[in-house]
Ligand binder design. Structure first.
Ligand code: NAD
Ligand code: 6OD
Length: 489
């Protein structure tokens, strides 16, 4: 049995309170997770402040960049360990974890190392009408100790997406991975230790949200900022906690993302893209398309083709390179998704594919699998067409005009991502801009450049991370104004 411990002030810390880590493939317990106490979280935050007052607080951007490159190399060196931990925690296929999650874990450190070395700062020469002259320039400083709370769906990718820029900007962090996926974050702490990240700069605490490490971080008076990825409802709870100290927050939250497919699209390319947009990671990517609007003339062909592709997806053991889809993360989450399937039936949906639980006749029958599922026939205001399900499922509906498709796609309180498929370049630009979302893809989906802004509108988040946007969130900027003559301003 593995043990996942907390990492506080450069040391591993055990806890007498432990919880089980399940493998979603077959429900087996393979690790014990040491739950951090309130005192542990307080120690981690104190360790962060001590690091900032010490050698870590005196590092230059260039020195921190070198450390981030070393961390990225450390992840690469232990690629197979990270891969095994990711697959054990999530059950996701090797084909995905080895090409997306683990390489992105390392890439996040490289990208922010590159960026911090060349981060531009403002500089203005000011000439007032009365003759006073000044030089203004901006200084970038860390915010302090940043609380990082991340979800289970892309555990290493999303954890490092916040840890890397926070450290690049010179902050100390107290980071909590999801209780469902403690493995890769623990390996990352090992890498931090191996490459000599100063004690207290990176602290890892394990546990749950309310009444546990998540709440202990967000309510602690000495946490200077909070960055969170997870459900919109959890975001509301964290926002209330952050209000107490008027803490800066950055939120990447849920979505009910639309795909708009025009009849003039390249059908085969679109179909491959939509199989990915609906079923990648069993639909457990915040960017997945759960609402698919298809131009009426293409609707029957698309429904048939997507249903056929869904039925062909290979659900198998994660270590098999041919596996295309794994289980859901937990029994609880599977129950939630299956309840939405029941609700869809009650709401009058037609199931074009799936809708149930696959049977394997082996240990996987104890796991948390559901079939790739496609539904149709619901009104736009049905619960299954408005609430985030976060499973391998989409609802397909026909539309007649571009304006109608835009209006229906935007008729949601969420606003994370959209994907638009068309061969008409002008229309692609027009519709992409009209989407009330943080991310619009045209003829692609989840194609990422880490320098671009990432985040959502409405219930999907607050703020943007990525590239300079991350550096700005994780920094306190001080403007220095020096008068360079004697005139009264
Ligand atoms: P979640 O909100 O249940 O949990 C996320 C994290 O918050 C976990 O570490 C959890 O322990 C912690 N937490 C829960 N309650 C808390 C509280 N009251 N105080 C402090 N911490 C608390 O989300 P999840 O189920 O892990 O992830 C799935 C959700 O995340 C989906 O809604 C998905 O859309 C969203 N998500 C969004 C993005 C994005 O970039 N917008 C990315 C990935 C996932
Ligand atoms: O690619 C990223 O940087 C990112 N934040 C992806 C989020 C995916 C949500 O599940």
């Amino acid at each position: 049995m593995k043990h996942y411990r907390n990492y506080i002030q450069g040391e591993w810390r055990e806890s007498s309170r432990r919880f089980d880590d399940h493998n979603p493939v077959d429900g087996s317990v393979f690790a014990q997770v040491h739950e951090a106490s309130q005192a542990d979280v307080g120690d981690a935050i104190r360790a962060g402040h001590a690091a900032l007052a010490g050698a870590w607080g005196r590092t230059t951007p260039g020195e921190r960049a070198e450390m981030l490159y070393a961390i990225a190399n450390g992840i690469d060196k232990r690629h197979d360990d990270f891969l095994a931990a990711e697959m054990a925690d999530t059950g996701k296929p090797l084909a995905m974890a080895s090409t997306i999650d683990i390489p992105r874990g390392a890439a996040n450190f490289r990208v922010f190392a590159d960026l911090i070395k060349t981060a531009p700062l403002d500089c203005f020469r000011t000439d007032l009408p009365g003759g006073a002259r000044a030089l203004n320039y901006t200084v970038r400083k860390p915010l302090g100790v940043v609380g990082i709370i991340s979800p289970w769906n892309l555990p290493l990718l999303l954890f490092t997406w916040k840890v890397a820029p926070a450290l690049a900007c010179g902050n100390a962090v107290v980071a909590k991975p999801s209780e469902e996926t403690p493995g890769t974050a623990t390996l990352l702490a090992e890498v931090m230790h191996e490459v000599g990240v100063p004690a207290g700069a990176f602290n890892l605490v394990h546990g749950f949200g309310p009444g546990s490490a998540g709440e202990f971080i967000t309510t602690h008076p000495d946490i200077n900022a909070i960055t969170f990825t997870g459900e919109s409802r959890t975001g509301s709870a964290i926002m209330r906690a952050a209000a107490e100290g008027v803490k800066p927050i950055s939120f990447e939250l849920g979505g009910k993302n639309a795909a708009i497919i025009f009849a003039d699209c390249d059908f085969d390319r679109m179909l491959d893209g939509m199989v990915r947009a609906v079923f990648l990671n069993s639909g457990q990517v915040c960017l997945c398309s759960e609402r698919v609007y298809v131009e009426r003339s293409l609707y029957p062909r698309f429904c048939e083709a997507l249903a056929e592709r869904a039925a062909q997806l290979r659900l198998d053991w994660p270590s098999d390179p041919a596996t295309q889809m794994g289980p859901l993360i937990s029994a609880e989450h599977r129950n939630k998704v299956l309840k939405y399937f029941d609700l869809a039936r009650e709401e009058g949906a037609r199931f074009l594919a799936g809708g149930g639980v696959p049977r394997f006749g082996d240990a996987r029958d104890q796991g948390y699998w559901v079939e790739p599922t496609i539904i149709a026939g619901l009104p736009d205001d049905a619960r299954c067409a408005t609430e985030e399900i976060f499973g391998p499922v989409c609802h397909i509906a026909p539309f007649d005009t571009e304006a109608e498709a835009i209006a229906r796609a935007n008729a949601t309180r969420y606003g994370l991502a959209a994907t638009i498929w068309t061969s008409n370049l002008e229309r692609g630009h027009r519709v992409a801009e009209a989407m009330r979302v943080g991310l619009s893809w045209v003829n692609s989906w989840f194609l990422r450049d880490l320098r671009t802004p990432f985040g959502g509108a409405g219930l999907s988040g607050i703020g943007r991370e990525g590239g300079q946007h991350s550096l700005n969130f994780y920094s306190e900027l001080t403007n220095v104004c020096i008068q360079i003559n004697q005139e009264t301003p």
